[in-house]
Design a protein around this ligand. Structure first.
Ligand code: NAG
Ligand code: NAG
Ligand code: NAG
Ligand code: NAG
Ligand code: NAG
Ligand code: NAG
Ligand code: NAG
Ligand code: NAG
Ligand code: NAG
Ligand code: NAG
Ligand code: NAG
Length: 639
């Protein structure tokens, strides 16, 4: 069998080993402390697995605005109530202030007034320092701004090192602006690579032409290349990184951030559509304003671009302040039905026409709608059955093809009976041992109630604050829990890890799947990212029975297949290594993906020291021996 090593790819950092029985067996025998377990995967006889099982959940938090959304300038429209002139500074001999007397639009209620003292002869203007800096990658960037005031001539845009003063872009454009109204100017320019993220965007103009007067600027934007080149799109590097895990669905737009701190600061779908300059944004639940530049349509483009099924949540009467139920909910149900018409109506309908005007002629394909968020919590329980029933009835009556998700799984907070085919949504943030205790949570559930685990993630502590990163034991506990879900994916239809993304410099909740800041190459996966990727990219459509020489724990497994390809997922939630002797009759070659590392170690910002390692496997009898380090997670893929 050793002679087959010629079939191994030589992949530099990727170790290439042959997992032949004799070879690994001798290693196992050399270590008397190593436990051994045999698993035989049957070729058939299992249950169908949900095609949507693994997805992602997104809500704006930890500054994914300025992250997954490509726009790089912070506070670009003075939205919300908390920022004032955060991230702006004067450049040269000028004075800047927020000017509410000159709104850019109905939605963007103020602009930046730049006053020029008498006698100035230089270029003057203002800077924006982005979300704690601006990444400058050397790519072509797009930039735009609105402007009002008498000015005809050159505007100079630069990307400049805040400390170094080095210019990474220096670009002139000619504008003609008047004092009667705001005009938008758009341009694009090449940049050179900046070795750090301490950069800012400068807009300056010829001060001598304004001498003693002022100009107003508003809704400024700066975009690096976007995912699939979409306008107002996602940041290409961050989105591509997510795309690599192949999520099957996207749950959006939240989360607590859907609900709002007050009824009036809830997520309002109709203020997140159309030209961005017409979106007011809002103060969010996460201590900063949301731009809403990722709005309803952008979420749906995102889904299409990554091949994900959209799971859209609608506001269901609960905010963190007031809760609206009974007849008072009627106007909000009307609003939901307007939203549905926006999604599904043809262009003869009012809202269908609006969607077409906003760039999407064809109706959107949305087959899953969630009613609210976590209505078992924050005083929602008592009124949820009523609120759910009203909304369910309205949507189901007009759009019977839609599968409805209820926002919790507590029978006290759900209508009784729950209408048939409704999926319940469970959220679990647990310590590692607690996740593992829940391994068999779904084994003995009634098979007639579908479940989604719409948020889950291992948290080592109950503290929400601070920068906290997944580590091997925790990620392994998530893998064990996911194995439990996958074994039961006849009823567990969907599961999504949360939260998804974190800007290292603006953390308000942990853990996270992956993170970044404006430093080059700062995008860092967590060990949980690798677990999600291994589970999502290796999924069969049928779960297979497995005969084993021991019970579950500390080793956990699930086998599946699609066509002639077999997957065996393994997690060793324990302090001892394990030798797993796997037999999958009829298979002979494939690969083994392995994530292993010390119990309390994880990946840390900028350092993905623990990564999945892929090796080739070959055995003509379909027998593979897998050495599992403590806390290791593995997927064997063979055919
Ligand atoms: C046996 O395995 C343990 C745990 O991985 C390791 O610490 C020890 O060095 C191994 N012993 C031998 C003889 O390989
Ligand atoms: C399929 O589901 C049934 C319960 O409906 C369960 O008893 C059985 O173990 C499952 N089969 C597999 C292979 O998981
Ligand atoms: C906004 O910032 C300016 C300049 O720092 C300050 O004078 C003003 O009081 C601030 N306004 C609010 C509402 O905080
Ligand atoms: C700014 O311009 C004013 C008026 O021309 C002048 O008095 C002042 O010295 C200038 N300040 C700087 C820093 O150039
Ligand atoms: C921009 O225009 C100014 C004024 O004409 C000129 O001094 C400067 O060199 C120009 N910069 C670039 C990059 O063309
Ligand atoms: C960027 O540079 C390339 C290569 O030099 C050039 O072809 C392109 O026109 C430039 N783009 C812009 C917007 O200046
Ligand atoms: C950048 O500008 C070009 C030219 O106007 C446009 O084709 C492209 O879609 C824009 N890209 C983004 C991400 O907005
Ligand atoms: C959004 O819809 C609500 C009613 O459902 C309406 O009162 C409001 O004016 C709409 N807002 C926009 C910006 O269209
Ligand atoms: C599922 O089946 C059980 C037992 O047959 C029944 O009591 C329950 O009402 C059913 N639930 C649903 C949602 O149909
Ligand atoms: C997790 O919690 C345990 C128990 O409190 C502690 O020993 C361990 O250091 C923590 N690990 C991390 C990575 O925070
Ligand atoms: C392969 O594994 C099966 C099940 O453990 C075993 O019965 C069989 O003897 C093994 N075959 C070889 C060639 O090792």
């Amino acid at each position: 069998m050793r002679s087959k090593s010629a079939a191994c790819p030589s992949l530099g950092t990727v170790l290439c080993v042959i997992l032949a029985f004799c070879l690994t067996n001798s290693r196992a025998h050399g270590n008397s402390s190593e436990n051994s377990i045999s698993l035989t995967v049957q070729n058939d006889g299992g249950n169908k697995s949900s095609p949507l099982l693994y997805g992602i959940m997104f809500e704006e938090m930890d500054h994914s605005d300025g992250g997954i959304h490509g726009q790089l300038l912070q506070n670009n429209g003075f939205q919300g109530t908390s920022l004032n002139i955060t991230s702006y500074a004067a450049v040269g001999n000028a004075t800047i202030s927020q000017d509410s007397t000159k709104p850019v639009s109905k939605a963007i209620k103020s602009s930046l007034r730049v006053e020029v003292p008498k006698g100035v002869t230089d270029y003057v203007g203002f800077a924006n320092t982005g979300y704690n800096g601006i990444p400058v990658t050397g790519a072509t960037y797009n930039s735009s701004f609105w402007m009002m005031g008498e000015y005809s001539g050159t505007i100079n845009l630069q990307l400049v090192g805040s400390k170094s003063g080095i210019k990474y872009a220096d670009h002139n454009l000619t504008v003609k602006s008047t004092k009667s109204k705001f005009t938008e100017f758009k341009t694009r320019f090449n940049t050179t690579y900046s070795p750090d993220g301490y950069n800012e965007w400068h807009l300056t103009f010829d001060g001598s032409k304004v001498d003693g007067g002022s100009l107003n600027f508003g809704y400024i934007q700066l975009f690096p290349p976007t995912f699939k080149g979409r306008e107002n799109g996602l940041r290409d590097d961050l989105a591509s990184f997510l795309d690599e895990i192949h999520p099957a669905f996207l749950r959006f737009p939240g989360g607590n951030n859907l609900e709002g701190l007050q009824v009036d600061s809830r997520w309002k779908w109709n203020t997140t559509i159309g030209p961005v300059v017409d979106r007011p944004g809002r103060e969010s639940d996460w201590f900063y304003p949301n731009t809403d530049a990722i709005g309803l349509d952008e979420y749906l483009w995102w889904c299409e671009d990554m091949g994900m099924a959209p799971l859209l949540a609608v506001w269901a009467g609960k905010s963190y302040g007031d809760i609206i139920s009974g007849p008072d909910l009627k106007p909000f149900i009307k609003d939901i039905m307007n939203e549905m018409e926006y999604l599904f109506g043809d262009t003869t309908t009012h809202f269908g026409r609006m969607r077409a005007r906003n760039g999407r002629k064809k109706p959107w394909k949305v087959d899953l709608i969630e009613i609210g968020n976590e209505d078992d919590l924050t005083h929602g329980c008592e009124t949820y059955p009523d609120r759910f029933n009203q909304i369910y009835k309205a949507i189901h009556h007009k759009y019977p093809h839609i599968t409805i998700v209820a926002s919790n799984g507590d029978s006290k907070c759900l209508p009784s009976p729950l209408p048939k085919d409704v999926i319940i949504d469970l959220h679990l943030y647990r310590k590692p041992d607690d996740f593992v205790k829940l391994f068999n949570q779904f084994d003995n559930q009634p098979r007639n109630q579908s479940v989604m685990v719409g948020e889950f993630g291992c948290r080592n502590s109950s503290s929400a604050e601070g920068e906290y990163w997944p580590y091997m034991q925790g990620s392994c506990s998530e893998a064990v829990y996911m194995i439990g879900m996958e074994r039961n994916s006849d009823i567990v239809k969907m599961a999504s890890y949360a939260p998804m993304l974190q800007h290292f410099d603006f953390v308000s909740w942990s853990p996270t799947l992956y993170g970044f800041n404006n430093t080059p190459d700062s995008i860092t996966p967590s060990t949980s990212y690798y677990v999600q990727k291994m589970f999502m990219t290796n999924k069969g459509d049928t779960i297979l029975p497995v005969q084993s020489s021991a019970d579950f724990g500390p080793l956990y497994w699930v086998a599946s297949k699609i066509h002639s390809k077999y997957y065996l997922k393994l997690a060793n939630y324990g302090t001892d290594p394990q030798t797993v002797k796997v037999s999958i009759p009829g298979t002979k070659s494939g690969r083994l993906e392995m994530l292993a590392g010390p119990q309390y170690q994880g990946d840390t910002p900028y350092h993905a020291q623990i990564q999945t390692v892929t090796t080739s496997v070959f055995n003509p009898q379909g027998n593979f021996s897998i050495h599992m380090e403590p806390w290791a997670i593995a997927v064997l893929t063979v055919s």
